[in-house]
Design a protein around this ligand. Structure first.
Ligand SMILES: [Fe+2]
Ligand SMILES: [Fe+2]
Length: 180
């Protein structure tokens, strides 16, 4: 958020350093890296996708000047597709995957982290309105469900996983992790 915007809105906005720190911690976990094994949206892997969703969510919060829980946004965004299976090998329809994978992601994520109710809702609601009975219940969940649709659109239609500066930033974080 620009200084001018800060003065205009009087809002602090999200803390980029705190968010980056949370993302780095998550990407350092080999269990999180497992998502790189599973494809998603035309050649992208799931890890690339969730990192994109995380940064798009953060960018939107920054643009809007929303004060958010950086840790919950990072954890919810990175874990929202932690379902760890190949859709084709599972032999399920797109609809079955669409409605079922948030629950599967949550179940898997619970084995790694002690998630807050907010974080659980971010994961469960990210396909809303497809998952009608699990609507987003926080600013963080709204950001992730919007960012997920935006990123999926980019990945499927434009065949790229991020646009501009944040994409390069996300890639740098990933490379840093791979060489560590
Ligand atoms: Fe998803
Ligand atoms: Fe997703």
């Amino acid at each position: 958020m620009t200084d001018l915007k800060k003065k205009k809105t009087g809002k602090r906005g999200p803390d980029r350093a705190k968010f980056t720190d949370e993302i780095e911690k998550l990407l350092a976990d080999p269990n999180i890296q497992k998502m790189a094994r599973f494809g998603q949206h035309r050649g992208n892997n799931t890890l690339d996708h969730v990192v994109s969703v995380a940064w798009v969510s953060f960018d939107m919060a920054e643009e809007l000047g929303w004060e958010i829980d950086e840790k919950s946004l990072a954890r919810g965004a990175i874990l929202h597709d932690y379902y760890l299976y190949d859709i084709k090998q599972m032999g399920i329809s797109d609809y079955e995957h669409g409605v079922g994978h948030p629950g599967r992601a949550l179940k898997n994520a619970r084995t790694l982290f002690n998630l807050s109710r907010k974080e659980e809702n971010i994961i469960l609601s990210h396909m809303w309105p497809l998952t009608l009975f699990h609507p987003p219940r926080s600013k963080e969940a709204i950001l992730v469900t919007l960012a997920d649709k935006y990123c999926a659109g980019n990945e499927m239609v434009l065949h790229r996983n991020r646009l501009g500066k944040r994409g390069r930033e996300a890639k740098k974080l990933k490379q840093h992790d791979e060489t560590a």
